[in-house]
Design a binder for this molecule. Structure first.
Ligand code: TNX
Length: 529
């Protein structure tokens, strides 16, 4: 086993001197309750790969010493990304077998990911490792998340990622108990989701990518495949259509969306903040129809409760035009029946639909900056704080993704290269980011006036300007994404978290990532297992 589960459970007791649970050739998975059999099948599938055992799934409430019992009690629990109780579970391992119980199927799934970490890495590997049994330390885990919304985002706009790559990323984040995959589907460099009413968006805007690399887009069936695969792992897909800036792929595909009626040139660079939808009344009809069609079609193929409308870095939009467009965008988003999420800048609007969620991408030290930094920087930091508080003042909540600690596309301190020897990653957010920095921050201490109850959750974004493949993405995300996973899941620690113990637990995940084929960066100075 590892030296402890990541993210750290709310409570866990390990009894290394007691008889362990032993997964063996005669192990059955015994399932009962709503959704339990499907989760048992997923777990069995994972373990068949590494053990070569049959691992039949049967109905029932009790099992023998080598069985895994999976029970959904079906007590009332809400949706996973809004109700932390939906992800609570208990896990017992020992001489009497293994048993996971939860009120909801999502909690049961989280429990299976903990069990995988108690079993040896070989057990869930991709090729059978013959052994006469796989032991999991005797343990009692009683676990529930701190925050309901625990996201990982993936930018498929700058570089397109094929469906199968997205599915592997879902498995890798689910292993760390993330329950949201936020897909950044559109940007200046590419439009990645089919919209039937505006086929030009993908026919033209889907073909480009940064550095003239190959483009691509998801058909509606592709998107549904991603959504279903994620849902089976209790991961909710949050689609983002980035508006009104970051829209060059749309503006270059649809001439009428431009104020002058002329399509822009396709863009293959990595600058941000130069494009904008047109706020002028002469374009109101076409722009509003575009918004309604795009947001309507995306909402219709998304079962989750959220719709992300972007709103970041609209530097080419005047402040008046920006608020005008944000009001129309968020109203159209809310009219689909979804709850709208936007980057913190949309807090500049005072007409946000009820419950709109802000996603903070400022720095962890924004308060210090607002007080101590020179003129422009201080004003910008103060505005970021005010925009973020605006969501709470309007009855919404906040997701924290501070760029200087949670942006996984920032370079590691060591300035690493990927497997091909290419220099990857950016460093605009206060320089490179270490594993300790990704772990050493506290969401409730960033924006005065945005406390525990105002925080919906935490998210780890990864932007792909310099990341061409899923291997690159995983290499930048792992291991630092574990820091964000633990901040999102584990209880707040007064006086600061134990970084040393954390790094030791993370080091223990290396063989699991190796077994599962997850790329990661072996940060120097860590005693990787
Ligand atoms: C900022 S912060 C962006 C993205 C870039 C990223 C690169 C925010 C919401 N937007 O457009 O890809 O920096 O790190």
């Amino acid at each position: 086993m590892t030296t402890g589960i990541v993210p750290l459970p709310a409570s866990a007791e390990y009894r290394p001197d007691d008889t362990p649970f032993r997964l063996a050739g005669d192990t059955k998975l015994v399932a009962s309750g709503d959704g339990a059999a499907a989760i048992a099948e997923l777990l069995a599938d994972r373990l068949r790969g590494g053990t070569g055992y049959d691992l039949p799934v049967v109905d029932g409430m009790e099992g023998g010493a080598s069985d895994i019992v999976l029970v959904v009690r079906g007590a009332s629990a809400g949706e996973s990304t809004t109700d932390p109780a939906a992800d609570a579970y208990t896990l017992e391992t020992g001489a009497d077998g293994a048993r996971i119980e939860a009120d909801a199927a999502s909690g049961l799934f989280r429990g299976t990911q903990s069990l995988l970490q108690l079993l040896p890495p070989d057990a869930s590997g991709r090729t059978p490792a013959p052994a006469d049994g796989f032991a999991a330390v005797a343990a009692s885990v009683d676990d529930r998340p701190r925050f309901a919304y625990r996201g990982a985002s993936l930018d498929v706009a700058r570089h397109f990622m094929p469906v199968d790559d997205v599915l592997s990323y879902i498995d890798a984040i689910a292993f760390l108990k993330f329950n949201v995959l936020h897909l950044h589907l559109t940007d200046d460099q590419g439009w990645r989701i089919r919209i039937d009413a505006w086929p030009q968006l993908t026919d033209l805007g889907g073909q480009t990518a940064v550095w003239h690399d190959e483009g691509g887009y998801y058909t509606k069936d592709d998107y549904r495949r991603i959504v279903e695969y994620a849902a089976a792992r209790s991961v909710t897909v949050v689609p983002e259509i980035d508006l009104p800036g970051h829209t060059n792929a749309a503006l270059s595909s649809v001439p009428e969306l431009n104020c002058d009626g002329v399509a822009t040139e396709p863009y293959h660079g990595i600058e941000v903040g130069f494009s904008s939808l047109c706020a002028s009344p002469e374009r109101a009809e076409v722009t509003d129809r575009f918004l309604a069609d795009v947001l309507g079609e995306v909402a219709a193929m998304t079962p989750g409760p959220w719709l992300h409308v972007g709103g970041d870095e609209s530097h080419a939009t005047s402040p008046e035009d920006y608020v005008n467009l944000v009001d129309r965008i968020t109203a159209t988003g809310a009219a689909t029946g979804k709850t709208v999420i936007g980057w913190h800048e949309i807090g500049a609007s005072r007409n946000l639909p009820p419950g709109t969620i802000g996603q903070y991408w400022g720095f962890v030290g924004a308060t210090d900056d607002a007080e101590g930094a020179p003129g422009d920087e201080a004003a910008a930091a103060a505005e970021t704080l005010a925009d973020t508080r605006s969501f709470v003042e309007q009855g919404g909540r906040v997701i924290f993704s501070p760029a200087d600690v949670a942006y996984l596309d920032m370079k590691y301190v060591e300035d690493p290269q990927n497997a091909l020897g290419q220099d990857i990653g950016l460093q605009w957010a206060k320089g490179p980011t270490t594993l300790e920095e990704a772990y050493g921050w506290e969401p409730a201490d960033i924006v005065p006036g945005v406390g525990e109850a105002d925080i919906l959750g935490v998210e780890a974004p990864i932007w792909t300007e310099t990341l061409r493949t899923m291997d690159d993405v995983e290499f930048m995300a792992f291991p630092r994404i574990t820091g964000i996973a633990e901040i999102a899941w584990s209880p707040r620690v007064e006086g600061g978290r134990d970084e040393e113990a954390f790094v030791e637990r993370v080091a223990g995940l290396a063989p699991y990532w190796d077994a599962a084929g997850v790329e990661f960066y072996r940060i120097r100075g860590i005693d990787w297992r």
